[in-house]
Design a protein around this ligand. Structure first.
Ligand SMILES: [Zn+2]
Length: 384
């Protein structure tokens, strides 16, 4: 059973690599999901011994890029200081019989999307999303492929855990003092994030879909929504599921367009897997659930497994669909927005393990409180 802790370079450095690894062993953890790339972030770190706030305004690479990149290239963090933390962490973990996984953020990259707006998601209103690259763009696909190949060649990486290697799920981002006077609902958030860049239009046309027609229908719906008084929208939020269904029914090409997007991400995944296999045959590809997301048989055409929510039913469903050989992990979020008591954490780990998962991903070292390690230790030791 793999028990992996998400961790960032800065919190490992602040703790010290040896002390960090000692902490892992004490808690019963045997793997690290190391953030090899990460978007801009500001974190409150309750248990950090050196500082309580970390701020990075940039999307950075927290490994030393070695490959030849094109117009899109990872920007090494100044925290690297010329060192290769993937190699350092890998060797220290290896000595202790622990595993190193690389947690990789793909298309969510404000620096690259802002610097190259022609490669960013461009929605039905004609506006680019400045924090997100479009995965249908050939240059984006090339960047992601070289990125994974580069990382896979950095020593003994047990798995690459992929986040945001598909399309943006919604409009909200959580940066740039994001503001909207309209009540938030998942349907319109999603419509705002659907991409109609030239690459997406070409992909749709290749499958006989009138992308301009789909875009016009979405634009009309967004304009109608934006022109509706906000107080009326607020009243309607609970009924937005029905509104989404009605929109799909009125525009049959919409679902087909969504299928095209799923195929684009799937085909990209197949290419990524081939590339990683060539660089490091034993490295697994794990979907963190925000791309293709669902546990379906197609997933196994490009990934070796996925991380589901820590829900026994989700584990059983994934196992049923993916079969006995797929890796099925559970993401454990002991902290806000739904903090877990030690008892609830133990019960969740016990129930998911009994449902047949292969491991757990605990979130995350920088955000943990001083008591979280002990809570995790108790949960893991309860498995016997
Ligand atoms: Zn696009």
């Amino acid at each position: 059973m793999l028990h992996s802790l998400y961790a960032h370079l800065w919190s490992i450095q602040d703790r010290g690599l040896d002390a960090f690894t000692d902490d892992l062993g004490r808690a019963g953890l045997n793997a690290v999901s190391y953030a090899a790339t990460y978007h801009a972030v500001r974190q409150l770190m309750p248990a950090n011994p050196a500082r309580h706030i970390f701020y990075s305004p940039r999307s950075h690479a927290y490994f030393l890029p070695r490959a030849h990149y094109g117009r899109l290239a990872p920007q090494p963090s100044p925290l690297l200081g010329g060192c290769d933390p993937v190699a350092d962490l890998g060797s220290v973990l290896g000595v202790r019989g622990m595993r190193l996984k690389a947690w990789v953020i793909g298309c969510h990259n404000s620096d690259l999307a802002c610097a190259h707006p022609d490669l960013a998601v461009r929605n039905a209103l004609g506006s680019p999303l400045p924090h997100y690259l479009c995965p249908a763009q050939p240059e984006v696909q090339e960047y992601l492929t070289v990125l994974l190949s580069d990382l896979a060649g950095h020593g003994d990486i047990h798995a690459l855990e992929l986040e945001s290697f598909g399309y943006a799920a919604g409009f909200e981002h959580g940066a740039h003092h994001e503001m909207s006077g309209l009540p938030r609902d998942a349907f319109h958030s999603r419509l705002l994030a659907l991409c109609f860049c030239p690459a997406c239009q070409v992909a749709a046309a290749a499958r006989g879909i009138d992308a301009a027609g789909v875009s016009a229908a979405i634009r009309a719906e967004l304009v109608r929504w934006m022109e509706t008084p906000a107080w009326q929208l607020g009243d309607a939020v609970p009924r937005m599921g029905a509104a989404a269904a009605a929109f799909s029914a009125a525009h049959p090409e919409f679902d087909t367009f969504l299928q095209v997007r799923r195929r684009i991400v799937h085909d990209l995944g197949v290419r990524l897997r081939e590339t990683v296999r060539a660089a490091s045959p034993s490295t697994l590809l794990i979907d963190l659930g925000d791309g293709q997301a669902a546990a379906n048989q197609d997933l196994l055409e490009w990934a070796d497994g996925l991380v589901t929510p820590a829900d026994p039913q989700a584990v059983r469903s994934a196992r049923e669909v993916l079969g006995p050989s797929a890796f099925i992990g559970c993401g454990i979020y002991p902290m806000a927005p739904d903090p877990m008591s030690p008892e609830r954490l133990r019960e969740a780990v016990t129930a998911c393990a009994a449902s047949g998962c292969d491991g757990f991903n605990y979130y995350n070292h920088a955000l943990m409180q001083g008591t979280t390690g002990e809570d995790i230790r108790r949960a893991i030791s309860a498995l016997g």
